[in-house]
Design a protein around this ligand. Structure first.
Ligand SMILES: N[C@@H](CCC(=O)N[C@@H](CS)C(=O)NCC(=O)O)C(=O)O
Length: 201
């Protein structure tokens, strides 16, 4: 059985919990307090971070790498596109998402970053998401008509917009509608921790 070491408010861990519930197989989630990390976390992950996935002698870290493994190990429903061209595009979008949005999320998650950096990060995330918003007028999901791993990867940020105090432009309505579509998925709801549920009322 797979075991996921997961932070109860960690957006990266939420991605992996979401995929585990989408697959509907047996797994175990171990909650990790990131302010009081267990000693074995640094043994499993040289960056000493969650999420970490353990399955027998396999230990994986990095949320997107964990999620691709789960997707290949349990192919139904398939969350990475089956077609190599679309899969290539999907990976590129994931890469850009990490570089342009989630590097800023990490600034907001790190209590040691300066207030000035946090303000700048909030503003840049708001602008980036507002630019992305019009594409959801024509597309149901990020890659088109099909829900995919790329939607999984973005969803923890969308869930935290109010919690992070991120302001979106007036043209962001299609993005918010898209976010609600993701939030209604059974697996999304099941994957939320009580602390994450409390982030939105
Ligand atoms: N790029 C990593 C980021 C993981 C990450 O930043 N985890 C945070 C919690 S949200 C963590 O473990 N922080 C504790 C620390 O860095 O000491 C991923 O995608 O898994």
């Amino acid at each position: 059985m797979m075991t996921l070491y997961s932070g109860i408010t960690c957006p990266f861990s939420q991605r992996c919990r979401f995929v585990l519930y989408e697959k509907g197989m047996d797994f175990e989630i171990k909650d990790v307090d990131i302010f009081n990390k267990p000693e074995d976390l640094a043994v499993m992950n040289p960056y000493n971070q969650v999420p970490v996935l353990v399955e027998r002698d396999l230990i994986l870290y990095e949320s997107n790498i964990i999620n691709e493994y789960i997707d290949e190990r349990f192919p139904h429903p398939q969350l990475m596109p089956g077609d190599p061209v679309m899969r290539g595009r999907g990976r590129l979008v994931l890469h850009r998402m990490e570089k342009e949005l989630f590097s800023l999320v990490q600034i907001l998650e790190n209590s040691e970053t300066s207030n000035k950096d946090q303000v700048k990060a909030r503003e840049a995330i708001g602008n980036g998401l507002t630019l992305l918003a019009p594409s959801f007028s024509k597309n149901k999901y990020i890659l088109g008509d099909e829900f995919s791993m790329i939607d999984v990867a973005l969803s923890p940020l969308l869930w935290r917009l109010d919690y992070y105090d991120i302001k979106l432009g007036k043209t962001a309505a299609p993005l918010l509608k898209y976010a609600e579509r993701i939030f209604q998925r059974e697996a999304f709801i099941e994957a939320l921790t009580p602390a994450e549920k409390a982030m939105r009322r």
